[in-house]
Ligand binder design. Structure first.
Ligand SMILES: Nc1ncnc2c1ncn2[C@@H]1O[C@H](COP(=O)(O)OP(=O)(O)OP(=O)(O)O)[C@@H](O)[C@H]1O
Ligand SMILES: [Mg+2]
Length: 236
């Protein structure tokens, strides 16, 4: 590669295999999965329950390692990186959003969003400033002092999205982010993903059971029994 421009490919998987479980209970979960995602791409992953979607996200999110195959993130073979290097990339370059929000119940919305920054050594004041701006952006300016149990499901997911994106990651991984929301709230969360993608260039990989949500994504990957069986793009 020449120059210092951004890589053409943000993420590249080739020949990824992963088995889970122990001893005789060990079962192949991902089989020979290969695909690539460009910077700023938005991609849905669909597939039946148990097909391996969450396992795939944990590998991409550097929370576990493949048994074999290559996993390149911004050109670096991260499957073989040290645990420290993986943790650093996870903290700075990758954001996570889950179905069940995973917010800290004793902290306000503001402190939930500010927390990842505190770990990076920014002053508490600077962390709060960035967190507050991000909460404004996701439409929660009037809820920054509320704790999660004082928020609706859709509002909680907005806090989680603010937390995931406040550090400006290159990639957002979302595992069933609308699974606990009614259809109107789910639509609004997806709108927010698209807006933030357009504004910040963050790439989004979104696992969903919902065909309506998947249909709105410009690219759709399908997983069946651990194999990638379809990879479709639609014109914007
Ligand atoms: N720790 C584990 N040990 C053994 N098997 C596991 C483990 N974790 C997941 N599996 C198996 O791996 C397969 C894929 O699981 P995974 O959670 O990735 O599926 P999924 O596509 O995310 O399903 P869902 O849509 O229900 O969330 C399943 O058959 C599951 O039982
Ligand atoms: Mg899952």
């Amino acid at each position: 590669m020449t120059g210092n421009g951004p890589p053409m490919t943000l993420l590249e998987l080739s020949g990824i295999h992963k088995a889970l479980g122990h001893g005789s209970g060990r079962v192949p979960v991902l089989r020979d999965v290969s695909f690539a995602i460009g910077p700023g791409e938005v991609c849905a992953i669909t597939g039946a329950s148990g097909s391996g979607k969450s396992t795939l996200l944990t590998l991409i999110g550097l929370l576990d390692r493949p048994d074999s195959g290559r996993l390149l993130f911004e050109g670096e073979n991260v499957a073989r990186a040290t645990a420290d290097r993986q943790a650093s990339l996870r903290g700075r370059r990758i954001g996570f959003v889950f179905q069940s929000f995973h917010l800290l119940s004793r902290l306000t919305a503001l402190d939930n969003v500010a927390l990842p920054f505190l770990y990076r050594g920014l002053s508490p004041r600077a962390c709060r400033g960035r967190a507050e701006a991000m909460l404004h952006r996701v439409g929660l300016a009037d809820r920054i002092g509320h704790r999660p149990d004082e928020l609706s499901g859709g509002q909680r997911q907005r806090v989680a999205i603010a937390r995931a994106l406040v550090g400006r990651p290159a990639l957002l991984l979302a595992d069933e982010p609308t699974g606990n929301l009614d259809s109107a709230a789910a639509r609004h969360i997806l709108d927010l993903f698209f807006e933030l993608n357009a504004e910040t260039g963050v790439a989004v990989i979104l696992v969903t059971h919902d065909p309506g949500i998947a249909a709105r994504c410009p690219r759709r990957l399908t997983i069946e029994d651990g194999r990638l069986t379809a990879d479709g793009r639609q014109a914007p």
